[in-house]
Write a protein that binds this ligand. Structure first.
Ligand SMILES: *Cc1c(COP(=O)(O)O)cnc(C)c1O
Length: 392
């Protein structure tokens, strides 16, 4: 499949590309949106030639426009690859590590990715070196191996979930390349509008399309994007053989959601920064984790490599776990739920999950800021913080 010439990804700004890419050709009476194709198999010619659709587990025309749009947004030269979920994309990406190889991973990676890597390492598929991804010296030592085997893969997530640590993407990608390690960057929190890992030296970009890209909390979907033909070939083979493929309806919904990505991200980022600043000075909050704040340890790095700071922020509630639970229970507008990146604001105490790393504070709440009016969001938080203060 070739990139749609009308997309002009080099000339148009990303906000426009999110709207224009993955459209049917402009012909008289053509639909402006791609159709949903429901077919498990395709008419063939007697022999299967490379590039034939052949069967619904190998390809579906409904995937193509979204794979093209994600590639254009990330600045890749090859179409992206959709998967049934972000975790299915994680599974495919981890399969690039050779048996007996070494994976370097942030200790605060997305929980599902962390659990999968730990379980595979426990089975002896590869060895795992967990690092503080914000500490360049520590990551580089893990990559080179300091006398042990050098790394085969560097996993990057920045800002990390949920601690929002910021990795020095440019330096770490260069260091990984120097030892021959493949770099996979989970760009879910930032979206390609805010951060472009391929430009910073990553080999593969991973998305939970479930989050900002689809944007409406109604779809589970994942994607991998790379400009490396050999890596893409391996990942495509993995998808075809392991079978965690995207549903046509989910793919269509995600493309529909992607059209408003720029508006949603712009609003949510602005609101997140405003809420972070107000929470930072509130007596009911011990600490705010958000790279957009001047005082945040990741602020300078984030400013250098991101266009904005995303719209996930975390707070440590004064008064501990109980106060954090009281706060969540007192909210009316914010929905207590896991996940992030939808139009509606969500809040969650992360340590309620048994698998959450013990280094995540028990009183930490993760806030996914949606696109509601920021004063409404603030009033709800301020009122719930008053409830906590009255209870304490
Ligand atoms: C949600 C998420 C995933 C997993 O994606 P699913 O679509 O839920 O399988 C991976 N990475 C990050 C950063 C996420 O937020």
């Amino acid at each position: 499949m070739t990139l749609e010439p009308s997309s002009h990804p080099d000339q148009l700004s990303p906000e426009t590309v999110a709207v224009t890419s993955g459209r049917p050709a402009r012909e008289h009476d053509a639909a402006v949106n791609p159709p949903i194709v429901l077919s498990s198999t395709y008419v063939g010619t007697g022999v299967v030639v490379d590039g034939d659709r052949a069967y619904g587990r190998y390809s579906n025309p409904t995937w193509d426009p979204l794979e093209e749009a994600l590639s254009a947004l990330e600045g890749a030269t090859l179409p992206g690859l959709l998967f049934a979920s972000g975790l299915a994309a994680v599974s495919a990406a981890l399969s690039l590590i050779p048996t007996g190889g070494v994976l370097v991973m942030p200790r605060h990676s997305y929980q599902g990715a962390l659990v999968m890597a730990q379980e595979q390492a426990a089975k002896g598929l590869f060895s795992l070196r967990m690092v503080d991804i914000a500490n360049n010296d520590e990551v580089i030592a893990a990559l080179t191996g300091s006398g042990e085997k050098a790394a085969d893969m560097l996993w990057l997530e920045s800002p990390t979930n949920p601690m929002l640590e910021v990795a020095d993407l440019h330096v770490l990608c260069r260091s990984a390349r120097a030892v021959g390690a493949v770099v996979v960057t989970d760009n879910t929190f930032s979206t390609p509008l805010v951060q472009k890992p391929l430009e910073l030296g990553s080999d593969v970009v991973l998305h939970s399309v479930t989050k900002y890209l689809a944007g409406h909390s109604d779809v589970i979907l994942g994607a991998l994007i790379t400009s490396d033909p050999a890596l893409r070939h391996t990942l495509l083979h993995y998808r075809s053989i392991h079978g965690a493929i995207a549903g046509p309806f989910e793919s269509w919904l995600a493309l529909r959601g992607l059209r408003t990505l720029a508006l949603r991200v712009e609003r949510a980022q602005a609101s997140a920064l405003e809420l972070a600043r107000r929470l930072e000075t509130h007596d009911g909050v011990d600490r705010v984790l958000f790279p957009g704040l001047d005082a945040d340890p990741g602020h300078q790095r984030a400013k250098a490599q991101m266009l904005g700071f995303g719209s996930v922020l975390c707070i440590e509630v004064a008064g501990g776990e109980e106060a954090a639970n009281t706060l969540v229970g007192a909210l009316r507008l914010w929905t207590p739920a896991t996940s992030l990146g939808g139009v509606e604001s969500l809040i969650e105490r992360r340590r309620r999950h048994a698998n959450e790393p013990a280094s995540v504070p028990v009183n930490l709440l993760r806030l996914s800021v949606g696109i509601e009016n920021v004063e409404d969001l603030w009033n709800d938080l301020a009122r719930a913080l008053d409830v906590v203060a009255a209870a304490g």
